[in-house]
Design a protein around this ligand. Structure first.
Ligand code: IPE
Ligand code: MG
Length: 227
């Protein structure tokens, strides 16, 4: 979800105004994904690098997180959505971390869309943490070096209970991955759209999905092998 700041700047407003309007786009997109019977939606809400932003902006983002979690619990239940989070959640302000854990606990029995918020998330940090955990297991003879395969690595990632990414959408016209799910997007289809996040609507989501449906995912094979 990119472009909140530029969206606000275009209107002569402060960046926080963009974030406030970005929240509405999140709400709509989550509901639309539930309506479209999508099983997994992961939103890159705050990166490990975003901590370097001005303090006021970080505070605003955390405040918006808390208020959204409080406000949207009912909507999550109504749409049968299970909340999940990836990232160094312990680094969040205590109130935000607590609210997040409560909503995750509260919605864990829901069986529809799994909505994952990437918060204080960085793919390199995730991989570093996984490598450390695996190394410790080898060192303590809990596993041997030969046990390390892709499946074992997967189980040590924050995304251990999520499938690989099928479709990655980045808004705002930037063509970058910015440290998001590097391992998990190995064979994802990438879709870049020149719309700032607060303007992202149902039609943009539908367009992205239709575009995705018209791609041929070969996973290294030839086209002939697929048919
Ligand atoms: C995305 O919008 C929201 C977050 C990263 C939290 P930006 O804040 O990155 O907006 P731009 O890229 O400066 O326009
Ligand atoms: Mg940005």
């Amino acid at each position: 979800m990119d472009g909140n700041g530029r969206w606000a700047k275009e209107r002569g407003k402060l960046r926080v105004f963009g974030h406030e309007n970005g929240v509405e786009a999140v709400r709509k997109t989550v509901e639309n994904c539930a309506k479209l019977k999508i099983d997994f939606l992961t939103l890159y809400a705050f990166s490990t690098e975003n901590w370097k932003r001005p303090k006021l902006e970080v505070q605003t983002l955390m405040r918006l997180l808390v208020s959204s979690l409080q406000k949207e619990l009912k909507t999550l239940h109504k749409n049968n959505i299970r909340l999940n989070a990836i990232g160094t959640i312990d680094y969040l302000p205590p109130k935000a971390a607590q609210e997040l854990r409560e909503v995750i606990e509260n919605t864990k029995e829901n069986t529809g869309l799994t909505l994952t918020l990437a918060l204080s998330y960085g793919s390199r940090e995730e991989l570093k943490t996984a490598i450390k955990a695996i190394s410790a297991k080898v060192k303590n003879n809990l596993i041997s070096e030969d046990d390390i395969d892709e499946k074992l690595i997967n189980t040590h990632l924050y995304t251990h209970d999520l499938p690989d990414v099928d479709l990655l959408i980045r808004t705002s016209g930037e063509h970058r991955i910015s440290n998001f799910l590097l391992w998990q997007i190995a064979y994802a289809e990438l879709y870049f759209i020149d719309v700032f996040w607060p303007d992202f609507r149902e039609q943009h989501l539908v367009d992205a999905i239709i575009n995705y449906q018209n791609r041929e995912r070969r996973f290294g094979k030839t086209s002939e092998q697929l048919s």
